[in-house]
Design a protein around this ligand. Structure first.
Ligand code: GLC
Length: 473
């Protein structure tokens, strides 16, 4: 029986060997598969966290100038880190492709320019920013929409092809502020075709579209969109224009400088109405996501008003779940000062508020006043008038500060006060006219005149007395 047993044990060992071989192969295969899967998923952007677009900033006046740098902004690589660090999650990069594409078919975009845009997008993505690239300042299409239709579509075909494999955090925005001859009707037709062109190579990329009439909220009602769940609708808000664009050199006539934004109920209502209008429109169309792609106040407006306005618009947009991009990073509306190499903290905090901080604004009609800024709750802000008297004959004299809390604030001396920060505070220096000097001067002049008249009258009386009276004796 032994041979049998040997036979049995031989066949058993064969089975064991085969089983072991199968087992090893399964383990090796599964390891290999796991490796392959992880390799696959490394390229599959859909498994990455969804791109976030909530608080953004426009890097304006750079690539949408006729040549980068011509309007004073050349995009430095370090900007994207600075922007990310400050708390933004999105950059919008306006681009004047029309200045870098051939005039005739096939309307080729210059390789050099494309390489520059690749570089910039790459640097922004490296910082985990959502990146919006658009077609900006295509002036010719605003004058002659039909004449530029094919060129516009060819530009989008090239952009789409080039970036089709980029992560989904790269968004395409069709055209900044369509206006003039590019009416709602023509725009609705053109945008449909542009979206079709993009969808050939980018089936699910986010596409941003705004209404004609300068992306104004009032023109949303005329905007028609194809059914596509990856469309975001954008609009711009610069209300009131006379405030946000005061002194703007590119606006003709330029609104006069000096208009403040105080945040009165009426002023706030204008903004609320526009945002509500956008939300209502989006809800009625199945809750289309909204982007406030531009809002900002030019640097010629006073800083307190800019802070109040910027803070208000950003918060109201957030309350309504509207993503926003501030106009803009480091030029005329700039939240960042490129020369000093630092943020203008007043504006940055208005955009991305720090927990427990409030803005204290101090205003005066005469001279200057210091102390406006962001302060931590529970601290004191020192508000100081540079001078308390102006004028010569009629004096402007500082009278008192309006907006004080007598229980908490401290008066240091005439013109200086310490404000307790328990929320946003607004203090205004109130001045009065003092006519004392004028009255005094007029009085003195009056007396002098009276004396002179008296004097001349006396002289006259004396001159009428005959001379002989004097010499009688
Ligand atoms: C628009 C213009 C841009 C301008 C901004 C503020 O986006 O395209 O050039 O600076 O509005 O007026």
């Amino acid at each position: 029986m032994k041979p049998n047993r040997t036979l049995f044990s031989e066949s058993a060992s064969k089975i064991y060997n085969a089983a072991a071989l199968i087992l090893i192969s399964i383990v090796v295969c599964s390891m290999f598969l796991r490796e392959t899967c992880s390799l696959l998923s490394a390229q599959d952007y859909s498994s990455e966290p969804k791109p976030k677009m909530s608080r953004g900033i426009n890097i304006g006046n750079a690539l949408e100038a006729p040549e980068e740098g011509m309007w004073g902004v050349y995009i430095k690589d370090e900007y994207f880190g600075i922007i990310r660090e400050a708390g933004f999650d999105t950059v919008r990069i306006p681009i004047r492709w029309s200045a870098h594409a051939e005039e005739k078919p096939p309307y080729k975009i210059s390789d050099e320019f494309f390489r520059r845009v690749d570089h910039i997008i790459g640097k922004a993505l490296e910082q985990n920013l959502t990146v919006i690239i658009n077609v900006h300042h295509y002036e010719e299409i605003m004058r002659d929409p039909l004449g530029h239709r094919e060129r516009f579509l060819a530009i989008w075909r090239q952009i789409s092809e080039r970036y089709k494999d980029y992560p989904e955090s790269l968004y395409f925005e069709l055209l900044n502020e369509p206006h003039d001859a590019l009416t709602s009707e023509l725009w609705n037709d053109l945008l449909l075709h542009a979206i079709r062109v993009i969808r050939e190579s980018n089936p699910t990329r986010k596409i941003i579209v705004g209404p004609a009439g300068w992306n104004s909220v009032y023109n949303l009602k005329d905007l028609l969109l194809p059914s596509d769940k990856n469309i975001i609708v954008t609009f711009h808000l610069y209300t009131p224009f006379e405030f946000t664009h005061q002194g703007a050199e590119w606006v003709n006539p330029s609104p006069p400088v000096g208009k403040k934004w105080l945040g009165t109920e009426g002023e706030k209502k204008q903004i609320i109405d526009e945002l509500d209008m956008a939300v209502k429109w989006a809800m009625e169309r199945g809750n289309i996501p909204l982007l406030l792609g531009e809002f900002g106040a030019y640097s010629k407006a006073d800083m307190n008003s800019r802070v109040r306005w910027t803070y208000f618009v950003a918060r109201e947009a957030e309350k309504r779940n509207i993503s926003w991009c501030y106009w803009e990073f480091c030029s005329g509306f700039g939240a960042y000062d490129p020369r000093a190499g630092k943020w203008r903290e007043e504006l940055l905090n208005a955009l991305i508020p720090k927990m427990g901080m409030h803005y204290v604004s101090a205003d005066t009609e005469h001279g200057s006043i210091s102390g406006s800024g962001w302060y931590y709750e529970g601290t004191y802000a020192t508000i100081k008038l540079e001078r308390t008297e102006f004028g010569f004959l009629i004096l402007e004299v500082f009278d008192h500060f309006e907006g004080l809390n007598p229980e908490k604030d401290r008066i240091i001396d005439e013109g200086t006060v310490e404000i307790y920060v328990d929320g946003p505070r607004e203090v205004k220096a109130i001045w009065r006219r003092d006519y004392t000097r004028l009255i005094l001067v007029v009085g003195v002049i009056g007396i002098v005149c009276a004396l002179l008249i008296l004097h001349s009258k006396v002289l006259k009386i004396f001159s009428q007395i005959p001379l002989k009276i004097y010499f009688k004796k």
